[in-house]
Design a protein around this ligand. Structure first.
Ligand code: 0O2
Length: 211
């Protein structure tokens, strides 16, 4: 049988796509279950909404080349952690940490990497909690562990990150200095706002303090 490298690559891509889609579904379901449990128990939804995406093949290859990763399925799966990406937009800062911890604590989840840009914001003002999780996918041929990147942030942090991302894209990563400074100030105001909203929310939950 003559092997066709193009067909082999296509097959490999389809296989990866199917696996990472499954990873997204697994984590999304876990998040939805936690959110509905909180609604029933505490009358509070920690998650505002969830977004997910699969990285495009051209972006995966570009990242692999940038990181000096050999262009094989095995090496790409081992070293590129954000092929499957989930963004969890929470209502309050405490929700971010509660949801993250409950996910990490689950028996079938392994924490590969954690980056806390809320405790340690990036110089440009970016804030979010990033996790790389390993989740097992049960296939007919056996178990395949895969990596899923989960970004958790509040609505306010997401508001900031969306604008900053658009600006970077529009200016080809050359955001003018004055706008950069304004963005840092916005990030600080948003951070303050997040803590104030958290405090009001906590007080609302404590009836005696309000009455
Ligand atoms: P996209 O288009 O969102 O996928 P990695 O480069 O992922 O192997 P690293 O350096 O640990 O490893 O990544 P990190 O710091 O965890 O950040 C990865 C992702 O976080 C980015 O993915 C962005 O989605 C988001 N992010 C990080 N820094 C910023 C920032 O300053 N502004 C905004 N708006 N988002 C940020 P990609 O692949 O860059 O882009």
């Amino acid at each position: 049988v003559v092997k066709n490298p193009i067909l082999e690559n296509v097959n490999s891509l389809l296989r990866m796509e199917q696996l990472y889609e499954a990873g997204i579904k697994e984590i999304r379901t876990k998040l939805e279950i936690l959110d509905s449990e909180f609604k029933v128990k505490y009358d509070h939804n920690p998650i505002h909404h969830i977004e997910s995406r699969l990285k495009k093949p051209e972006s995966i290859i570009k990242k692999a080349i940038d990181k000096d990763v050999t262009l094989t399925e095995k090496e790409i799966m081992r070293h590129i952690h954000d092929i499957a990406g989930i963004r969890v937009i929470c209502n309050y800062i405490d929700d971010v940490y509660v949801v993250a911890q409950l996910l990490i604590n689950q028996d079938d989840i392994k924490l590969i990497k954690i980056k806390d840009y809320i405790q340690n914001p990036k110089d440009n003002g970016y804030r979010s909690l990033h996790l790389v999780l390993e989740v097992p996918i049960f296939l007919a041929e056996g178990v395949q562990p895969i990596h899923v990147e989960v970004q958790l942030r509040t609505i306010a942090m997401d508001f900031w990150a969306s604008l900053e991302h658009k600006l970077k894209y529009k200016t080809d990563n050359n955001v003018p200095e004055d706008i950069k400074k304004e963005l840092i100030q916005c990030a600080m105001s948003i951070s303050e706002l997040d803590y104030k909203m958290q405090s009001i929310h906590n007080r609302l939950n404590n009836d005696s303090e309000i009455q």
